[in-house]
Design a protein. Structure first.
Length: 289
């Protein structure tokens, strides 16, 4: 292994990935979290929050295309989109690819992090914050959902992990999902990143149970993210549209009509997502806290 300093990415409470650290570009504590911007061998520029990799230059497209496009494609005309979290600007970048989108509001709790991302993560956000359709609101996502009067076609929850730091935990609760329905248009649809079902089966199980108590149509899928050391799970939910009813041909047609270019996601991948089993691990040490 390369003689560089090793950085250990916690995969679960007992498993870590060892990676070769090339350079530290920034290491600060904001009001809410420990933010590190580093260069990692074979992964490039990387954002780490409270010791957990959030995205790397090399493989973030797998996560962000899988998070954003299935829910966006499932809605027939997503003009108004809300992203809660996503302070690195990558989910915003993917949403803006859909030329049907008229407005994207990104609500993140940490304004210092967003400023850091604007400066250090251009290679990832590619200027998405400056798109005239983008509006950034610095606020706790739970508070925003409670206090805002806006409604959305699509809501994307791109938060820190449900098994991660406390600041996002409340946004995986039944109470939050219930309040979220009043921020959706009647046929609105949501997606949330939901950590990992294999290493955190109880935490993941609680999240999907909370979603199922609020939405009638719930679909689960995942994508392997090499820098996470696991497949990241996603949950799509709606009371109107079922992503599993879209064929690969309809998905590819909607991508074409909206001029959306992707590196990973397409109609075949969408159909694969909708047929994936959820992986659990009976040896897991995850206790649902
Ligand atoms: N898991 C995603 C990934 O791996 O790419 C996370 C990406 S994004 C960096 C996670 C964002 O959630 C951060 O910008 C963080 O500030 C934000 N966040 C955490 N708790 C939040 C809250 N309560 N309200 C709004 N944003 C929050």
């Amino acid at each position: 292994m390369n003689s560089n300093i090793l950085v250990f990415e916690p995969v679960s409470r007992t498993v870590s990935l060892a990676m070769s650290l090339k350079k530290v570009l920034l290491d600060v504590k904001t009001k809410y979290q420990h933010v590190q911007i580093v260069e990692i061998e074979e992964f490039g520029r990387t954002l780490i929050l409270d010791g957990l990799i959030q995205c790397t230059e090399a493989d973030e497209y797998l996560y962000h295309e899988s998070l954003v496009h299935p829910v966006m494609i499932t809605h027939p005309k997503p003009k108004k989109v809300l992203i809660v979290g996503g302070g690195d600007g990558a989910a915003l970048r993917e949403v803006l690819k859909h030329d049907v989108v008229e407005e994207v509001v990104l609500v993140d709790i940490d304004g210092e992090l967003v400023d850091i991302a604007r400066k250090y993560l251009e290679v990832i956000h590619k200027g998405s914050f400056n798109d005239p359709r983008s509006r950034v609101v610095i606020m706790d996502g739970f508070k925003y959902i409670e206090e805002s009067n806006d409604r959305y076609d699509v809501v994307i929850l791109d938060l820190t992990d449900p098994h991660g730091p406390e600041i996002a935990k409340a946004l995986y609760s039944k109470e939050f999902y219930s309040k979220l329905t009043s921020r959706l248009y009647g046929d609105g649809i949501i997606v949330t990143q939901s950590g990992n079902s294999f290493f955190f089966p109880n935490t993941y199980g609680r999240t999907v149970s909370n979603v199922r108590q609020v939405f009638s149509i719930v679909r689960e899928y995942s994508v392997w993210v090499p820098s996470f050391g696991y497949a990241c799970n996603f949950i799509i939910a709606s009371n109107s549209y079922d992503p599993a009813r879209l064929s690969r041909y309809e998905v590819d047609e909607r991508l074409r009509v909206r001029n959306v270019s992707t590196s990973y996601y397409n109609g075949e991948v969408h159909e694969m997502f909708m047929r994936m089993p959820v992986l659990y691990n009976r040896f897991s040490v995850d206790v649902d806290r």
